[in-house]
Design a protein around this ligand. Structure first.
Ligand code: OFO
Length: 165
């Protein structure tokens, strides 16, 4: 059973995850527009990840007898600069989401809602992975610098990202 504050906060997080999905869809489109199909693919897979994050919250609220409330999704930007800048923006966004997840955990603890604390642990772990992925790609992009061949090579690697399980 969710209390009202917890239900509202989890609903807000659905919206944030849907925005993440929208943001990465915009990055995928941008990557295609600058001739980086592997980057575009990587972000399309990330969109699927974010949809899963949103749907886990959706199911949890329903299963706890709460009421899902879908809110308006903010419009994402269209331009993201260089590939390196785009991934730095991705990392910044994920760091923001990590903070939101930790705030949700704090709220669940304050509300003595052990079920939700336990449910959110999956997101805490997932955020560690999300930031790691972005840091890894940023490090590769620093190595790539202005080298076009190295960028094509990285693009080919990102094209191999597998869909989420
Ligand atoms: Fe849902 O982890 Fe990214 O935003």
């Amino acid at each position: 059973m969710l209390n009202e504050r917890m239900e509202e906060a989890l609903n807000e997080q659905i919206n944030k995850e849907m925005y993440s999905s929208y943001l990465y869809l915009a990055m995928s489109a941008y990557s295609s527009s600058i001739g980086l199909p592997g980057f575009a693919h990587w972000f399309r897979v990330q969109v699927e990840e974010e949809n899963i994050h949103a749907m886990k919250l959706f199911d949890y609220i329903n299963n706890q007898g709460g009421r899902v409330k879908l809110k308006e999704i903010k419009e994402p930007p269209m331009e993201f600069g260089t590939p390196r800048s785009m991934f730095q923006q991705t990392l910044k966004h994920e760091q923001f989401v990590t903070r939101l997840i930790h705030e949700l955990v704090d709220l669940a603890r304050a509300e003595k809602d052990d079920n939700t604390v336990s449910f959110l642990q999956w997101y805490v772990d997932e955020q560690v992975e999300e930031e790691e992925n972005d840091n890894e790609i940023i490090a590769k992009l620093i190595d790539v610098d202005d080298n076009k061949d190295a960028l094509s090579e990285l693009d080919a690697k990102l094209a191999k990202r597998l869909p989420p399980k």
